[in-house]
Design a binder for this molecule. Structure first.
Ligand code: PEP
Length: 245
């Protein structure tokens, strides 16, 4: 087994928010620490304007296809040309708004890995699944769909974000214990497939803010966060990065 080299990561997901002016404040003022990976997953039109920032560039989605007649879609090679290193895949908002199935999500993961970029694969259960205490089974099924299409090797080049849907944008964060429990389950399952899962960065996402980040990130299997709303406020995002470092 490889040595454990997990570095904390904080990835901001601006979703369909922000402006060039907000981006300028981030590129001018956000200072990253070398002890963590700082990523900003921006709306695609802003990616070219972000190249001078002190953070790695992330996108929020890409096509599962390499090129072709797919109007409105964006290919991984186009994102790579802009300096993108990470791409969020399978965010619950894409699974819901664009009916992305587990299979499409798995195909996208493979496309990103083939291009040499890193997917931030999102998994997580809706409220009714949590209420039935079936979150582990639900998340495992999402991961198994990726394993079936990509093989165990996907774990070598993938960040995984556990994002319970009931916690996204609701202000209802999972408790550190609830989050750690699922993260530990995910790591244990991934380790059965690939021993390099010891090095996989597992992020928690769902209403992380400057006040709750430290308690979440203090857990053994929580290696940082995928941050939505709070990534739109420079001071809050910087404080969350500090909590991870
Ligand atoms: C997200 O967009 O992935 C997210 C976790 O959003 P929020 O932090 O706003 O809940």
């Amino acid at each position: 087994m490889m040595a454990n080299v997990r570095k904390p990561m904080v990835a901001g997901n601006w979703k369909m928010n922000g402006s060039l002016a907000l981006l300028k404040s981030f590129t001018d003022s956000l200072e990253s620490s070398s002890t963590i990976d700082t990523v900003l997953c921006l709306p695609a039109p802003y990616l070219t304007a972000a190249s001078k920032g002190d953070f790695a560039l992330g996108a929020q989605d890409c096509s599962q296809f390499e090129s072709g007649a797919h109007t409105g879609d964006i290919s991984v090679s186009m994102l790579k040309e802009l300096g993108v290193e990470y791409i969020i895949i399978g965010h619950s908002e894409r699974r819901q708004d664009h009916a992305e199935s587990n299979i499409v999500v798995a195909e996208k993961v493979q496309t990103v890995i083939n291009a040499g970029l890193i997917p931030i694969l999102c998994v997580g259960e809706p409220l009714e699944v949590r209420e039935a205490n079936q979150q582990n089974e639900f998340v495992l099924e999402q991961l198994q769909a990726v394993q079936t299409i990509c093989g165990n090797e996907f774990i070598d080049n993938c960040v995984i974000a556990y994002e319970p849907i009931w916690a996204i944008g609701t202000g209802k964060t999972a408790s550190p214990e609830q989050a750690q429990e699922v993260h530990k389950f995910i790591r244990t399952e991934l380790l059965k497939w690939n021993s390099n899962a010891a090095n996989t960065q597992l992020l928690y996402g769902g209403s992380v803010n400057a006040s709750n980040a430290e308690a979440l990130f203090a857990n053994e299997d929580i290696d940082g966060g995928l941050i939505g709303g709070a990534s739109l406020k420079l001071e809050d995002f910087a404080a969350i990065c500090k909590a991870a470092g």
